[in-house]
Ligand binder design. Structure first.
Ligand SMILES: [Zn+2]
Length: 137
């Protein structure tokens, strides 16, 4: 499942910030709490084998850019198979953000969401494709 994660948006410049902040980083305007889909693309990632105190080794972290443009640092269980540009799912637990590989089902959901299609429209497209394929046999 694609979760939603807490964010905040500036009412003046529309900047989206995750984790939520009280004030816009660009000007002293109070931000409005909102939530965004917990999916994004990996901008960069690394594995720290000598992490700061309090963290287990190895520590996998990734810089992820959300669909809305906000960037945040996430923790992960592993970075194996991860590439720059990989789509990942993000979950927030107690203000800590975790990334994980998107499953096949989530990837399909993300594809249709980004294509701006959902629900009835996806079903209509699927039905018309199926009709074309089966009629052709
Ligand atoms: Zn702003």
């Amino acid at each position: 499942m694609i979760e939603t994660i807490p964010a905040s948006r500036c009412p003046r410049c529309e900047a989206l910030v995750v984790p939520p902040a009280a004030y816009c980083p660009r000007h002293p305007v109070a931000m409005v709490p909102t939530s965004v889909a917990g999916v994004g693309d990996v901008v960069s990632f690394t594995t720290l084998h000598s992490p700061p105190e309090g963290f287990r080794s190895p520590l996998h972290i990734a810089l992820v850019e959300l669909d809305g443009g906000a960037r945040l640092v996430c923790h992960g269980a592993e970075t194996r198979g991860l590439r720059i540009g990989s789509s990942v799912a993000i979950e927030a637990v107690d203000n800590v953000y975790y990334f994980s590989h998107l499953g096949m089902l989530d990837r399909a959901r993300l594809f249709w969401r980004r294509a701006g299609r959902a629900g009835d429209r996806v079903n209509a497209i699927a039905r018309s494709l199926a009709k074309r394929v089966w009629r052709g046999r």
